[in-house]
Ligand binder design. Structure first.
Ligand code: DGY
Length: 330
């Protein structure tokens, strides 16, 4: 009996490939070559499934060129690399990797907030450059986390994890804005108060962005929103590039219209807006919010679970378009 063929688009744990190989004929990209769209399409020929990492674009054009493809399993909770409507229309299942990264990503959001507000990266660079010759009372004086107001935009699972850390661990007042208000029990658990976006931007000492990317959330924070924030405020983006207008943010940081920013995601990453590289009051990390070894293993495992469940039993653990389960691609 011929086994389904699966493509793994990026380098991944050898154990992940080994698990897939128990069920499928696997073509893997362990050399982590950067494939253009044409190469990706060529590699996908004859493949029933693909393991993606969040950066490979899957749209209608690609699916039409790969008629045997039945499932795309993203090893990421975010799935803005997928055109889910195009996938549904063609009976191709999309899956993502939610839940397994929630606490790890919330930890990182908080770490980036702390590093930003307390100017940890900036002061470390100063020390490494050998500029620390004498202590001064105002050296790298930042802003407090404890007792301050934390504003969270995007109150999904990760946003809620950050809210709990802020309220329960640091005695912060937590306000949030979301497309829809949380139920009363969840608000109470997170000790979070729902406010409008403008009120949040005007009153928060620290603003953390955890909103999923879509055309509607493009440039949620631009020049107008930055102008509403306190001059002492910090902004943290662990959501997706494009949620913030990076050029407007770099200008606001340069002109000290806000105090500091922490960014794990960027418009057009891995490219970073050149102006962000020249302002000192920003902490920059290369999209690593979910990067702990156990969590990355769990994300990879969940993507593999989905591939196995769908291609061997027609089921899925975390489908994004469950309608496909009853109307699959022929
Ligand atoms: C996610 O899971 O969406 C993270 O951003 C890692 O890609």
């Amino acid at each position: 009996m011929t086994r389904p063929k699966v493509l793994v688009a990026r380098a991944i744990f050898p154990e992940t490939i080994a698990r897939l190989a128990q069920h499928f004929d696997v073509e893997a990209n362990q050399a982590d070559e950067a494939w253009g769209k044409e190469q990706f399409v060529a590699r996908l020929q004859g493949k029933a499934g693909v393991f993606t990492t969040g950066s490979e674009r899957v749209d209608g054009e690609l699916l039409d060129a790969c008629p045997q493809l039945k499932i795309c399993a993203n090893m990421a909770v975010g799935y803005n690399n997928f055109d889910v409507d195009a996938m549904t229309a063609r009976g191709v299942l999309a899956t993502n990797a939610p839940d397994v990264l929630t606490e790890t990503t919330a930890d990182f959001g908080f770490a980036l907030l702390m590093a930003t507000a307390r100017r940890i990266a900036e002061s470390e660079h100063y020390l490494r450059r050998g500029e620390w010759t004498r202590w001064r009372f105002d050296m790298f004086a930042g802003s407090d986390i404890h007792g301050s107001t934390l504003g969270i935009i995007g109150m999904g699972r990760i946003g809620q994890g950050i809210a709990r850390r802020g309220a329960l661990g640091f005695g912060m007042k937590v306000i949030y804005h979301n497309r829809s208000r949380l139920d009363a029990a969840t608000e109470a658990q997170c000790q979070a108060i729902y406010v409008g976006k403008e009120e949040l931007l005007r009153t928060a000492d620290h603003v953390v962005l955890v909103v999923p990317y879509s055309p509607a959330s493009h440039h949620t924070i631009g020049a107008a929103e930055l102008a509403l924030m306190k001059p002492s405020a910090t902004l943290v983006n662990i959501a997706r590039g494009g949620i913030v207008d990076d050029a407007a943010l770099a200008a606001a940081l340069r002109d000290k219209r806000i105090a500091a920013a922490g960014l794990d995601v960027f418009e057009g990453e891995p490219k970073v807006h050149p102006d962000l590289l020249t302002v000192p009051n920003v902490v920059l990390t290369p999209h690593i919010a979910s990067a702990t070894v156990p969590t990355r293993r769990a994300m990879a495992d969940l993507a593999v679970d989905n591939l196995i469940a769908y291609l061997t039993r027609g089921e899925a653990k975390t489908p994004l378009n469950p309608a496909v389960l009853s109307a699959p691609r022929k």
